[in-house]
Design a binder for this molecule. Structure first.
Ligand code: D41
Length: 685
């Protein structure tokens, strides 16, 4: 056994300091200073020292971010200052009544500044820092006594162990712990794949992750925090108002919501609320309203509190994203790849401002797990650009008889074909791939879509109509439609002009790119990015056709499962005939410059920022797409950003980019196909 020398002690201290500094650059400044591998190496050096000499281990060591030993129970802790609760209002009128009360009590109606900020849907937490060191973290509990969650909170990367700058001897910082939508989706996707319980919403996920006796579990969940208040603070450290306090928090290294704003007039708070209501889907986290706070602490003091709720703050709640309704039926939809998806038909209901009549149940295992039956009352949820889903059944109050359990279909409801579940797969699939009309329909819609063959004017409705009237069965039929012009122009609602436009668009679509073409084929798991990577890797179709499994898995973004799907698709004689027929009809593409390493991915090394809401895909899809092409998708705009892709209602990031002279593309550049954006970006660099 070695002895713990002063040299080892200072080595450990140095490692801790260096790792802390890198953490700060990474999580706070969004600007990694060293490669991940080097960070991991330093991290392991410290871990190894600490395991050899346990006396070296301090609770604030960066190694504790991964979580310490399992607890037996949460212990209770008393807050130094009680954590207040927040009153609610649900309309502008009620919010204005709040303002009137404030003015009345302060005895003036001018010169009252208000701070407005999003109300995060998470858990309120109190952090106690002594001499700038995180000493204790506790849940709100009943406001007076909460539960000690220090070891769990220590795993949250956003929360500093040590405050920077001139810090008070003692401070209680209040804030909200939450889970971002990205982290929530990723976590549930993992859970779904592993057949584990999924969380109904980010709030539950955050609560479930924090209230874990095993902090290692908390460490694996990506939690975040924004600070929004103060409890005890040493004298002489409180600034004049809340806005200034948040600036101080930021300087100390504490995370603060960037959306908060101070206003001189309360009416501006209401405008802000309306704006954020419209922008709520752009945010990376869920909010359920706006909190208004009288800004000046002196004014807050005069106003005081009633029964633990301050008179100087109020929450203005948004319409809920979760509502209950009843299930009128359960339909089974067949997708392009033959996947059968159960969908609940609902009594129409307004969810976050949109009338919802259908909600997905994802797959039959989920339907079984949630035990949704016709006639049940269910909670339906629509968050972000996510499609509405059934979250859970609301148990009936009386023991009324429920309908029978919904049976998994054994034949395809559309074509009557056999239904199978591949080993290890969750989804049921109709076997009659591309023979089943439903799949054919979805396949054709996909083939002509903007990001695929880009046949302008051939939308979903028109595809359906052409199939129903027997004009098209397979993609090849599109290219022989010109022979049936005289029949087409007789269709009511089409007419010669629009038929000619359509035929023109079909003709134009023949000049395509290999990436678009491969994507259009609808091979399972071959999305836009994979298609683009296959195109640059093989350069032409023959190379791809000849590729064996081993070769395929060397293509960036192609794993063994995707490789099997590609090989199966290409091995099918009907598909081979389809490829030949399409090429015989004159579908062509320019030869692609071949590359075969990661560095040669079309967008390799480019930092791209997504902002605003996209209409043609979710943020996650867009991100996956860009990452598959080698880009880094980052959160903030800097001079080194290659470009910003801005959807609807893009805010400060767009403005930042414009100020820095960074190229901004709107969504049309993006939906015009990945090929389009690659062209634009390559051109630039
Ligand atoms: O984002 C929030 N959920 C939030 C909660 C916020 N932005 N500000 C808050 N401010 C307070 C006061 C005014 C009492 C300091 C709060 C809460 N309280 C709160 N959260 C849970 C209970 C109270």
């Amino acid at each position: 056994m070695f002895e713990l020398t002063d040299q080892i002690k200072s080595e450990a201290a140095e490692l801790r300091k260096v790792l802390d500094a890198h953490n700060h650059s990474y999580y706070k400044l969004n600007n990694p200073t060293i490669p991940d591998a080097e960070y991991d190496d330093l991290f392991r050096q410290l871990q190894s020292l600490e395991s050899q000499f346990p006396e070296l281990l301090t609770p604030d060591s960066p190694t504790q971010r991964v979580g310490g030993p399992v607890l037996e129970a949460f212990s209770k802790v008393e807050h130094l200052q009680p954590m207040l609760s927040l009153g609610n209002v649900f309309s502008d009128e009620e919010a204005e009544a709040f303002e009137s009360r404030v003015c009345q009590r302060l005895g003036r109606s001018e010169g009252i500044a208000y701070f407005a900020e999003p109300k995060l849907d998470g858990l309120a937490i109190s952090l106690l820092y002594r001499e700038g060191k995180l000493e204790r973290a506790a849940t709100r509990g009943d406001g007076r006594v909460g539960e000690d969650v220090t070891v769990q909170i220590r795993t949250i990367k956003d929360i500093p162990y040590t405050l920077r700058g001139r810090v008070p001897p003692l401070v209680e910082v209040r804030g909200e712990v939450f889970m971002s939508l990205d982290a929530f989706e990723a976590m549930n996707q993992k859970a779904r794949a592993a057949n584990e319980k999924v969380f109904a919403n980010p709030r539950n996920a955050a609560a479930g992750s924090l209230r874990q006796l095993d902090p290692k579990v908390t460490a694996q969940r990506k939690l975040s925090m924004y600070c929004h208040g103060i409890g005890e603070i040493s004298e002489g450290f409180l600034p004049e108002g809340y806005g200034a306090l948040l600036t101080v928090f930021k300087a100390w290294g504490l995370p603060v919501c960037p959306e908060g704003k101070c206003f001189d007039r309360f009416s501006e708070c209401l405008v802000y609320c309306q704006t954020l209501l419209e922008r709520r889907h752009e945010l990376e986290y869920e909010i359920d309203g706006i909190v208004y706070k009288v800004d000046r602490f002196a004014d807050q003091g005069i106003l005081g509190a009633v029964s633990r709720a301050p008179r100087w703050a109020i929450a203005h709640k948004f319409p809920p994203v979760e509502v209950t309704t009843s299930v009128q039926g359960i339909d089974v939809q067949v997708g392009r790849t033959g996947a059968l998806t159960p969908v609940a038909r609902l009594e129409p209901v307004n969810v976050a401002g949109v009338v919802v009549t259908n909600a997905t149940l994802h797959n039959f295992q989920e339907l079984e797990a949630k035990d949704v039956r016709i006639g049940d009352r269910v909670v339906v949820r629509r968050a972000g650009d996510v499609i509405p889903e059934v979250v859970r059944v609301v148990p009936a109050e009386k023991s009324t008889e429920r309908a029978a359990v919904f049976q998994e279909p054994d034949i395809c409801p559309v074509c009557g074909g056999r239904v199978v579940r591949a080993p290890g797969e969750v989804v049921l699939r109709c076997e009659g791939q591309l023979r089943c009309p439903a799949q054919r329909k979805e396949g054709l819609k996909h083939f002509s879509a903007r990001r695929a063959m880009n046949i302008e004017g051939l939308g979903d409705k028109l595809v359906e109509m052409l199939i129903e009237r027997g004009f098209i069965k397979s993609p090849v039929d599109l290219f022989t439609l010109h022979d049936r012009r005289s029949e087409l122009i007789k269709i009511k609602g089409l007419g010669a002009k629009s038929v000619d436009k359509l035929l023109d668009a079909i003709e134009r679509s023949k000049q395509t790119t290999l990436a678009r073409f491969l994507f259009a084929l609808g091979i399972r798991e071959v999305g836009e990015a994979t298609a683009a990577n296959l195109a640059v890797f093989f350069g032409d179709l023959d190379g791809l056709k000849a590729a064996d499994h081993q070769t395929l898995i060397t293509v960036p973004d192609v794993g063994p499962i995707v490789a099997v799907h590609i090989r199966n698709w290409l091995a099918d004689e009907k598909n081979q005939a389809l490829l030949d027929a399409l090429q015989a009809q004159g579908v062509v593409w320019p030869v692609v410059e071949k590359t075969d390493t990661k560095e040669d991915l079309p967008l390799a090394g480019m930092a791209i920022v997504l902002t605003g809401s996209l209409s043609s895909m979710t943020r996650d899809e867009a991100k996956a797409l860009l990452m598959g092409l080698g880009a880094r998708v980052t959160g903030s705009v800097s001079k080194r950003t290659a470009c910003v892709i801005a959807g609807e209602k893009a805010g400060s990031k767009r403005a930042n980019a414009e100020a820095l002279g960074v190229a901004v593309y709107d969504e049309s550049a993006f939906t015009g196909g990945i090929s389009a954006i690659i062209e634009q970006l390559k051109h630039k660099s």
